[in-house]
Structure formats: structure tokens, C-alpha cells
Design a protein around this ligand. Sequence first.
Ligand code: GLN
Length: 380
Amino acid sequence: VAQRLEKFKTTIFTQMSMLAIKHGAINLGQGFPNFDGPDFVKEAAIQAIRDGKNQYARGFGIPEFNAAIAARFKKDSGLVVDPEKEVTVTSGCTEAIAATILGLINPGDEVILFAPFYDSYEATLSMAGAKIKCITLRPPDFAIPINELKSAISKNTRAILMNTPHNPTGKMFTREELDVIASLCIENDVLVFSDEVYDKLAFEMDHISIASLPGMYERTVTMNSLGKTFSLTGWKIGWAIAPPHLTWGVRQAHSYLTFATSNPMQWAASAALNAPDSYYVELKKDYMAKKAILVEGLNAVGFKVFPSSGTYFVVVDHTPFGLETDIAFCEYLIKEVGVVAIPTSVFYLNPEEGKNLVRFTFCKDEGTLRSAVERMKEKL
Ligand code: GLN
């Protein structure tokens, strides 16, 4: 394997899902729903295939989908963007992240990450030859240590890569935190790459796109996808929204990474984004019920549960059960209890920092969540 990928192993999500199958354990690890996406979106995909939308799509997205993305972004953030010049459709948000990094970051540029961070960020930055500076968000509230952020920014800092609502902690960046990031970026001429795939799973506060703050649109790439919001994680439809001068870099990388994204799925994705607001209201209601089952259950089992404001994840401290590390705890949980969680140490540059924390997901039907809680009550 090439040096740029030497230190990376099979992703933790793949590892844990394989173990779940091997041990017949309930999988509250990898974040994918065990229920299906909405019928009207599936029907739109079938119809698009029947209608012959089966050859290459336009490289940066079919016009109908780019327009639907711009319309939704206007509703959500108030920003008016040109669907032809400022929206790029990608094969999932993971590709949007890669196209953004590879299209806008030079080898040696510094990029700031907040740990714990989603695993693809570090691997993709490594592929681009970027230098990572990492700021750790600490429990119980995972607030941004402002002074550490200030001292991490240097004249070599090209971008901050952030994620709100935040995987794995469920933290949402507050207006005050976003204001500080914004003023630091403007002052030091730094870009923001903002992964907002959990924006519709914001339970405790309103989601704010940092691009909507004064002076920020021109320096921000906002990334999102269909997977979480429509329970279609296997479709891999994502997008990046950015002003034309940044979109140019994103599109150049995208052109040579995947060239274009699945054509029929973009037709279906347009139908999805044109759904009435009631869809999002229902989604949130369903997820709040699931979250309550899991959080109450984890508390009753005896974990120290950290508050999660958004996403379909919750992070707990496992140390009341006496195991040394997150990995050891997760192994025990799979083999002796029959439940899968995600150890968080892989989401830090220094794994020590995550050794007390594990992540559970509640994107499963209520029966599955209850059975997992029962198993833990009995056997932990
Ligand atoms: N985003 C999902 C999670 O955090 C996993 C995606 C993947 O398996 N790479 O669980």
C-alpha cells in the first residue's frame, strides 16, 4: 500500500459490522438504519431507470437536482446560490470531502481538525499531503477550546474542516462557537470545509450553517448528502455548495475522481429534496423517540452518558464497567453481551484521548434498541 495510506487500517465501521455478523450481535455500531428509505423516493428511482436516465449524468449534477439542492439550501440557511455555478453533486458526502480537500489543499498546507473526527478526514488529508493540526473536544460538553484554536492557527493554515451536528459526539456547534471560528477565519484568511450531513437530525437546538454567517459564504464549502436524512445510506448521493472560485477546485477534483454521479439516483434525490417539510418533522419525531429509548436504557445500564444534541449517535464513558480501553470494552460487549458499539480512539490523532469513550447509534427500529438495552442490563 502507498505510504500515504500505510497507517490506516480497515475502517472501524467495517471491522465492527463484520464482528456483529460473526457473533450474531445487535449492531449499534456503524451508523446505518435497519429500516428502509421512503417509498416515494424509491419509486422515483425505479421510474428514472424505466425512463432511460441511465447514461452519464452531467459531471457536476443534473440541472434538476442542482436546482433542488439550491432551493433546499435557501430554505435552510437563507443563502441564495447559483445551482449552475455553486453546486456540485458527488457520490456521497465522503466524495464531496475528498473532492474539496484534493481540489483546494496543496501538499504541506495546514488543516485544522476537531477530534474526535470522522475517520475519512484524516485519511483524505493524508492522501492530499496536508499537515493536520488537531484540537480535542473534551467531555462532558465537547466545547471548542477557543484559546487552543487561536494558537493552532498560523500563516500556513489553509482550512478548518468541521462537522456539525458532530459525529461521534452529537455535539452541535453553538452560535457563539461559530462566531469565533468565523472571525478567526476572516482575520487569518482561512477556508472552512463544513460537513453538515446530520443537519436534519438536530434535536436540542437549531442547526446553523457557518456559511450563513457574515463574510463566511465566500470562504466556505458546505457539504451534505441524502443518506442520513432519507435513510438511504447505500445510495451515496452527496453535494458541495461553495462560491464559484472554490467550486472550480471541487469540480476539477470531482471530474477526475468519479467524473459524474449515478444519473437515475439524482432524479430520485430531486424528488426527495422536493418533499414537503412535514417529512422532516416526522423524521425528527421518530428519531427523538428512538433516542429516548437508547439514552434512558444506557443510563439504566450504568453508563455515564454524555448529552447529544444532534446526529443519531450518543457517546458514553464505559469505565464504570472496569475495562481498560474502549477497544477492550467493545470486544467484551460483542462477545459476552451481544451488542456492537464503536470504540472512539480511532477518531483521535492520539488514541489515548478516546480510550474511555464508546459510541452507540440509535438509527435502528425501537424493538432492536430495546433488545440491545435488555442484553446490556442482563449481562453487563
Ligand atoms: N457514517 C457512518 C458512521 O459514522 C459510517 C460510514 C462508514 O461505514 N464508512 O457510522
